[in-house]
Design a protein. Structure first.
Length: 148
């Protein structure tokens, strides 16, 4: 026997991003992407973080990063998710990628404009597509467009 119980849940939460993400997102609002570089090993972290994952030293040096880069890994999702910013389901299918922006040593996880697995491959060049009116959030970059 299959029993369904309908329930409405009210969920509210706050997310404190800290000073590193605050500065990073302010740059995003200004259509500028920056990474933090380790003074010891030189690794450039994007998204930025307060400590180097290799050396465990505090990161303080901000360096500019391009808004284009290389697709390092990708997937196409067919299961809708509820967008935490809009509260609406994201239309499927949609592409997601790990993108190494020019000037960074780590990857950024973000949406892709392409959702056909036959047209995606590691090594493709991608370019950020910016929201016209930015507010200082990751979705100020709408997605990354595959450059052909």
């Amino acid at each position: 026997m299959n029993v369904q119980i309908k329930s409405v849940m009210k969920l509210q939460w706050g997310y404190r991003s800290g000073s590193v993400m605050e500065r990073f997102l302010e740059g995003i609002r200004q259509k500028r992407i920056s990474a933090l570089r380790c003074s010891r090993c030189g690794r450039r972290y994007l998204p930025p973080r307060p400590l180097c994952g290799n050396c465990r030293v505090p990161l303080k040096e901000w360096v500019p990063v391009a808004d284009r880069g290389t697709l390092e890994a990708w997937t196409v999702l067919f299961q809708p998710i509820v967008d935490s910013r809009t509260g609406r389901p994201r239309p499927v299918p949609y592409g997601m990628g790990l993108i190494r922006l020019d000037g960074a040593d780590t990857t950024l996880n973000h949406y892709l404009d392409e959702n056909d697995p036959g047209r995606l491959e590691i090594g493709l060049r991608v370019q950020a597509v910016w929201r016209e009116e930015r507010i200082g959030a990751m979705d100020d970059i709408l997605h990354f467009e595959v450059l052909r």
